[in-house]
Design a protein around this ligand. Structure first.
Ligand SMILES: [Zn+2]
Length: 245
């Protein structure tokens, strides 16, 4: 496809920054803890939600892309012109590059959710750094667009990790304000009602697009949240409203 594939020395980009589709340099980093900070979004190391009274809310989908459920979800979002954020696992990103490109083509955002989906708090800094670099590069290789935020698997991350990850990668760590625990498969209507009940200005909703019943929950959930006057935005758009209004 002419897109860059394969795995190369992750530190090569210190010398030669990768460029995304917009021609902007992707963050550069080095293992000594670079001080040339990449452009970053937001002004905090991490977010559970954003401080705003404006009716903006972010819908986030983790652990995909999934070959059946993610395209079905994309159809649902497209029909309503809703933009979401996908925290993809790099193994799935590599397996389904065409779905990755569809996510971007339809105006959604992609964030870094590591390669192996491990608990980062149990790993060395070098191990965490490798997870994030490899996942970042897989996303750039499949879509041409660099991720700007990360979500730690299981929400497990230390304050110190949040700080250095933001310094080196420019990523704020994105947690969530609403977890419907859809991975426990409580049934679509339960997931729907938990999402609707939890919606609040500046909120971040967590769903997993690898589970079919989670996708089933989305049409009713988003329609009810829209009916309450909310507008769905991507995570970086939401961060831009932090402290405003
Ligand atoms: Zn996950």
């Amino acid at each position: 496809m002419g897109l860059k594939k394969g795995r190369e020395n992750p530190l090569a980009h210190v010398e030669s920054p990768q460029r995304n589709a917009a021609g902007l340099a992707a963050p550069s980093w080095n293992s000594a803890g670079s001080r040339n900070l990449p452009a970053s979004v937001g002004f905090r190391d991490s977010y559970y939600k954003v401080e705003t009274s404006l009716p903006f809310i972010a819908l986030t989908f983790d652990d995909g892309p999934h070959p059946l459920n993610t395209p079905r979800l994309l159809d649902i979002l497209k029909k309503r012109n809703i933009k979401a954020t996908f925290y993809v696992v790099a193994t799935n990103a590599r397996a389904y590059p065409e779905i990755m490109r569809r996510i971007i083509a339809e105006g959604h955002e992609i964030g870094n959710h590591t390669v192996t989906h491990s608990n980062l708090t149990t790993m060395s800094a070098a191990g965490v750094r490798k997870e994030l670099i490899d996942a970042h590069e897989s996303i750039v290789a499949t879509t041409g667009v660099a991720p700007r935020t990360m979500r730690p698997p299981y929400g497990a991350i230390t304050s110190a990790q949040k700080k250095w990850i933001r310094e080196e990668f420019g990523y704020p760590s994105i947690l969530w304000s609403v977890d419907p625990e859809d991975w426990k498969k409580p049934g679509s209507s339960v997931v729907t009602s938990r999402l609707v009940r939890g919606a609040s200005p500046g909120g971040i909703l967590l769903v997993h697009d690898i589970h079919a019943p989670s996708i089933d929950a989305i049409p009713s959930a988003v329609d009810q949240i829209l009916a309450r006057g909310y507008q769905f935005v991507t995570v970086t758009q939401l961060l831009a409203t932090d402290g405003k209004g």
